[in-house]
Design a protein around this ligand. Structure first.
Ligand SMILES: NC(=O)c1ccc[n+]([C@@H]2O[C@H](COP(=O)([O-])OP(=O)(O)OC[C@H]3O[C@@H](n4cnc5c(N)ncnc54)[C@H](O)[C@@H]3O)[C@@H](O)[C@H]2O)c1
Ligand SMILES: CCCCC[C@H](O)CC\C=C/C=C/C=C/[C@@H](O)[C@@H](O)CCCC(=O)O
Length: 261
């Protein structure tokens, strides 16, 4: 897939992994809508990106992705401003075992909504030109972290939803590839939330165990995740793929046993 002239929307794009992905897209001459809850960080991010990549190449849209109408407006604003939509990265996520229902809303329900909105704007079913969606899950989906039962459940859900809707896209010829990316630990503000009772609730007592896991498995940097993301966006053979990125194995794909009776 050539990226020249394409338009992307990245949720949670103002910091961390999302910000690194936004920068990689801008470096490939993609126009980018940064969709994020955090007004202050989003505005700072926009100023820095304008300085680095030139004005008119990105926009910041303040949006709580759990509000369906606001998320729908963010997609429409992107299309109104840049004329089309080709790439959607459903990346925004939180770590909150205390308010676990919010974690389900942000990490799973909003990823589903973001994927359906992406299809509204990109699917051949709606007379559009096709495109690509990448949903962000986690290695927690494979290692069922005992410190984060609900976070882990949402990340399992993202993989299941993505593989199923990718098959639907293929069967119904939507022209949209839908893939999922699972990073191991990454050095972002989210990682520091494991220290906080407000985030971890009763599981905060396992924080030393969590840190032990981080030391054991290592911590990646956001540009390493952006590199995997760009590969998934550009490789037109990938649909329903589950990419894992770890310190030990780098960028690689999860393989599933074929179904047998
Ligand atoms: N950091 C890690 O170790 C790690 C590992 C695996 C997967 N992930 C996943 O990667 C994704 C990005 O995480 P990160 O580490 O960059 O986190 P981060 O906290 O650094 O960035 C997340 C961004 O999402 C935004 N956001 C949160 N709630 C939102 C909402 N309701 N509406 C809109 N924006 C919202 C935040 O404002 C923030 O800018 C998440 O889905 C996370 O679960 C992170
Ligand atoms: C506060 C939120 C932090 C989020 C944490 C991440 O979402 C969870 C990351 C969890 C575990 C990472 C484990 C990495 C393991 C690998 O290095 C490797 O040993 C496993 C390899 C398995 C494989 O690649 O097939």
């Amino acid at each position: 897939m050539s990226l020249t002239g394409k338009v992307a929307l990245v949720t949670g794009g103002a910091q961390g992994i999302g910000r690194a992905v936004v920068e990689s897209l801008l470096q490939s001459s993609v126009k980018v809508a940064v969709v994020d809850l955090n007004q202050e960080v989003g505005c700072e991010c926009k100023v820095q990106l304008d300085t680095e990549y030139g004005e008119g190449n990105c926009t910041f849209i303040q949006c709580d992705i759990t509000d369906g109408d606001t998320l729908k407006d963010a997609f429409q604003t992107t299309v109104d401003q840049f004329g089309q939509l080709d790439i959607v990265v459903n990346n925004a996520g939180i770590n909150n075992e205390k308010d676990w229902e919010k974690t389900i809303q942000v990490n799973l329900t909003s990823v589903i909504k973001g994927t359906y909105l992406a299809l509204d704007h990109m699917s051949k079913e709606h007379g559009k030109r096709g495109g690509v969606v990448i949903n962000v899950s986690s290695m927690a989906a494979f290692l069922h972290s005992p410190h984060q039962p609900v976070y882990t459940a949402t990340k399992h859900g993202v993989i299941g939803f993505t593989r199923a809707i990718a098959d639907a896209s293929s069967l119904a010829d939507y022209g949209v590839r839908i893939n999922v990316l699972c990073p191991a630990f990454v050095d972002t503000p989210l990682l520091h939330s494991v220290e906080n009772e407000a985030n971890m609730g009763k599981f905060v007592k396992f924080k030393d165990d969590f840190k032990h896991s981080m030391n054991k498995f290592g911590v990646l940097k956001p540009p390493q995740i952006a590199e995997g993301m760009m590969r998934m966006i550009m490789d037109s053979s990938l649909n329903g793929a589950v990419m894992k990125i770890t310190c030990s194995k780098g960028i690689h794909f999860h393989t599933y046993e074929p179904l047998s009776a």
